[in-house]
Design a protein around this ligand. Structure first.
Ligand code: GLA
Length: 435
């Protein structure tokens, strides 16, 4: 090799080694096959409709033709059971030729032609959770390069069939290997979910440095019980989890299931609202070909999405858990705004919850309120008593346009709300910008 070539190659490798992938500065959004489809993308279950790649192309068509892409839903993600049971002669993973006759690279091109991105799944262990070939430590670089060669945009790295020591090596190694390919590939780590989701076992500082998002907890299923269990766990542990999230690094409570079979419309709104407050990745797992208009309008709610995608990327908190069964959630937003969610755990009747903004830690002033799901607006003084009627297992969600400067340093001090949430200057000046 000539000296000039050598220098060029070595400068490239230095540059790629240092690459901070710069991805997912706001929570990623898209569609993910697992919750709705599992391994039923497998021929054996439905021989007549066994070409799984059609499902992903259908979802891509829907995302690009039915207004989803413009709202930010751009990832189309393959989950488990996509690969052949055997690696190829060069030891590379290969797609099952029956289910993905065009191969993964062609599918990636299909997505890119439509302004979408393709995600794929692997497992840091001997096998995937579904029993397909895993990515053991010695295969990490090869598999990262294979995904980059296929022009894949996101990679979920699951953790079945590996032990804690292997995971400790494998997750950071894969991060390096993906970066070293030079292709920007969003990296979703299931590592914390395999370590119980909490420190001291989980090192969230490290995760924030190596992964763009991470699954902290168990799998979502198509039921309200499952959604509630996830909500409870995330907010019981909010003091630990909240501060770990930020631009490029997100807690992932798992997929949105509106449009499936288990949730009522109220519950679908609740899941959306609380995922939005959490700054969670928004990956739907549903059938976009047949989704009903109610679920569609919840998932396509522009204001909810813009709250989720707020550039400050601060994960919201539960600020009240009332004996009446009402929870109040709050998330600070850019432009000195904030979001509030009133959520009912009740199963009996719509509950009339009475409070004031000052009881919810807002400082003196007038606030413009936009109700995210009814699209009504109003102005409220901090001291004015108001009533929200919250349906059983439902939410009322507000975008609160506020004038005062927030004191974010105070927000998470000691993991608890400290004193006033807002600085005392600037009060009463209503922001002219209302989304
Ligand atoms: C695990 C993951 C799920 C899904 C399945 C696939 O359970 O947590 O999200 O990827 O494996 O087998």
């Amino acid at each position: 090799m000539h000296l000039a070539e050598l220098l060029f190659v070595s400068s490239l490798s230095v540059a790629t080694f240092a690459l901070d992938n710069g991805l997912m500065r706001v929570p990623p959004m898209g569609w993910l096959a697992w919750e709705r489809y599992r391994c039923d993308i497998d021929c054996d279950h439905d021989p007549k409709n066994c070409i799984s790649e059609n499902l992903f192309m259908d979802m891509a068509d829907r995302l690009s033709e039915d207004g989803w892409r413009e709202l930010g839903y751009v990832y189309v993600n393959i989950d488990d059971c996509w690969s052949s049971m055997k690696r190829d002669d060069n030891g590379r993973l290969q797609a099952d030729p029956k289910r993905f006759p065009g191969g993964i690279h062609k599918l990636a091109r299909y997505m890119h032609d439509r302004g979408l991105k393709l995600g794929i799944y692997g497992d840091m262990g001997t096998h995937t959770c579904g029993g397909y070939p895993g990515t053991t430590l010695d295969k990490i670089e090869l598999d990262a390069q294979t995904f980059a060669d296929w022009e894949v945009d996101m990679f979920k790295f699951d953790g079945c069939y590996s032990n804690a020591t292997e995971q400790e090596q494998g997750y950071p190694l894969m991060s390096k290997a993906l970066n070293a390919t030079g292709r920007p590939i969003g990296y979703s780590c299931s590592w914390p979910a395999y370590q119980g989701g909490l420190p001291p076992k989980v090192n969230y500082t490290q995760l924030g440095e190596i992964c763009n998002l991470w699954r902290n907890y168990g799998d979502i299923q198509d039921s309200w019980d499952s959604v509630l269990k996830i909500i409870n766990w995330f907010f019981e542990n909010q003091d630990v989890l909240g501060p770990t999230a930020g631009p490029g690094k997100w807690n992932d409570p798992d997929m949105l299931i509106a449009g499936d079979f288990g949730l009522s419309m109220e519950q679908s709104r609740s899941q959306m609202a609380i995922w939005v407050i959490m700054a969670a990745p928004l990956f739907m797992s549903n059938d976009l070909r047949t989704i009903n208009s109610g679920a569609r309008s919840i998932l396509q709610n522009k204001i909810a999405i813009s709250i989720n995608q707020d550039p400050m990327g601060i994960q919201g908190r539960r600020i009240l858990k009332e004996k009446s069964g009402i929870d109040v959630y709050w998330r600070p937003l850019s432009k000195n705004a904030s979001a509030l969610v009133f959520f009912s755990r009740r199963n009996d009747m719509p509950y009339r919850y009475q409070t004031t903004l000052s009881k919810l830690n807002y400082t003196t002033g007038s606030y413009q309120i936009y109700d995210v799901f009814t699209e009504k607006t109003m102005t409220l003084k901090d001291s004015t008593s108001f009533v929200v009627s919250v349906n059983p297992t439902g939410v009322v969600m507000w975008y609160v346009s506020a004038p005062a400067k927030r004191n974010i340093r105070q927000f998470y001090r000691g993991g608890r709300l400290q004193g006033s949430l807002f600085d005392d200057d600037d009060e009463n000046a209503i922001s002219p910008v209302f989304l």
